[in-house]
Design a protein around this ligand. Structure first.
Ligand SMILES: NC(=O)c1ccc[n+]([C@@H]2O[C@H](COP(=O)([O-])OP(=O)(O)OC[C@H]3O[C@@H](n4cnc5c(N)ncnc54)[C@H](O)[C@@H]3O)[C@@H](O)[C@H]2O)c1
Length: 398
């Protein structure tokens, strides 16, 4: 073993599984470890602290291990300040740039630890003056100071929720049908907390499954700070409001309506003719539904475009970078995100969120729920159920 380093892990590292993950990382990369010191917390709230020395056969293996240990919240003792390299051109950085996780991150500048702003995964850190900020590669400008290497970087992963009451429903598991009611109770309690800033991400299945009424109730009661969705939810919601169908199916009887397949195009035409959704509400063309309720209750919404969109509606943002920015704007400072039956928009949103935001993912497909929860957050809950049923249950508890 050619090279040796030391790392310190501190926090709820035993019951959050971080200690075992750290040792696995070293072994998987052909390294060897020695636990130099290990003090285990004695109670729920006590933190544990471990000092581990590790070695690897090559510098590159050591770098890989160090990278992963930092992601797990490790810090290198008597660490120097961070290292930065100037970007020589826009959207291009040095090859050893530090790629961020969604966990709380600090960097050491002039001997002081500073919290990185706008935390999100897969970003670079730009130091602006003395302020470190997560920045997407596409937004890097020539001359920006980019954090490179590992030194002077400290990551704090979220530990498991230790509030016992919350723990029952936020246990980072995919709920089966039996647990849906318990999950709904817990979610409703959080939503009713006036300090909880909630954003809803939703797909058109909400409308197809009769979830519109439940969603409208959440919007009317002022619980939702923004609705992030795509063209389809708005189209089918307006189709339902104008013609009583969603994708040509009568939403009361579940029976296809003759010529009903044309209704969503007629809905788009009606909104185009009115000059947009808000104008359609003002002119009395649109009198009910999710989009109507957003306009009436001043809940901002974003319709992000996709390749499969019909129309699209005038409000749909078809430039993908602009659509991402619009989502990001409403996710700033959010406490909880309810992701309802949209793999596309939920994954996009998950990528923009720091790991301490509570995310609730509702989908009928367990593998989608697992995929959405698998983003290193201890604050994620998966509910495998029909979204219409879920919204119906939730609307009764708020
Ligand atoms: N006519 C149109 O313009 C049109 C139509 C459809 C989709 N789109 C667009 O395509 C993009 C992707 O659409 P998407 O988000 O619907 O697709 P998606 O495939 O990303 O997500 C749909 C999700 O709904 C889940 N689901 C299906 N039935 C369910 C139920 N009963 N209860 C709970 N979950 C259920 C699926 O498992 C899936 O994960 C969006 O931007 C959308 O606006 C446009």
């Amino acid at each position: 073993m050619a090279v040796t380093r030391e790392v310190i892990l501190e926090g709820h590292i035993v019951d959050s599984g971080i200690m075992s993950k750290a040792l696995d990382v070293i072994i998987v990369h052909n390294g060897q470890f020695k636990i130099v010191d290990f003090k285990i917390g004695q109670t729920n709230s006590d933190l544990s602290i471990a000092r581990i020395s590790y070695s690897a056969k090559s510098d590159s293996d050591l770098e890989l291990i160090t990278d992963r240990l930092l992601d797990l919240g490790g810090s290198i003792p008597s660490e120097p300040d961070l290292r930065t390299t100037i970007a020589k051109k826009a959207q291009s950085v040095a090859a050893d740039f530090y790629s961020t996780t969604n966990h709380r991150t600090e960097v050491r500048i002039g001997g002081k630890w500073k919290v990185v702003g706008d935390q999100r995964m897969d970003a670079v850190i730009v130091v602006k003056g003395s302020k470190p900020v997560c920045t997407k590669l596409r937004d890097v400008k020539k001359g920006d100071r980019i954090v490179c290497g590992h030194s002077g970087i400290r990551v704090t992963p979220e530990f498991k929720h230790r509030d016992r009451e919350d723990f029952a429903f936020m246990s980072n598991e995919v709920s089966s049908e039996r647990k849906v009611e318990i999950a709904v109770r817990g979610i409703a309690k959080d939503i009713k907390n006036p300090d909880c800033k909630l954003v809803i991400v939703a797909g058109p299945v909400v409308i197809h499954t009769g979830g519109s009424e439940g969603l409208c109730k959440l919007l009317e009661k002022g619980h939702v700070s923004a609705l992030l969705t795509g063209n389809a939810l708005a189209v089918h919601d307006i189709e339902q409001s104008l013609y009583g169908t969603s994708l040509g199916i009568d939403t009361d009887t579940g029976v296809p309506v003759i010529e009903g397949h044309k209704n969503h195009m007629r809905a788009i035409n009606a909104i185009n003719t009115a000059g947009g959704i808000a104008k359609a509400v003002k002119k009395g063309v649109l009198k009910s539904g999710v989009m109507y309720t957003c306009v009436k209750h001043n809940v901002p919404f974003v319709l992000a475009g996709s390749l499969r969109d019909d129309g699209p509606l005038p409000e749909t943002i078809t430039d993908m970078n602009e659509a991402q920015e619009a989502y990001h704007k409403y996710l700033k400072g959010v406490d909880m995100v309810l992701m309802l039956s949209s793999m596309l928009h939920s994954i996009a949103t998950g990528n923009m969120l720091p790991s301490w935001v509570k995310t609730i993912c509702v989908d009928i497909n367990p593998s989608v729920v697992t995929k959405l929860m698998d983003r290193g957050s201890s604050q994620a809950l998966g509910v495998v159920t029909d979204v219409g049923l879920f919204l119906h249950l939730l609307s009764k508890k708020i």
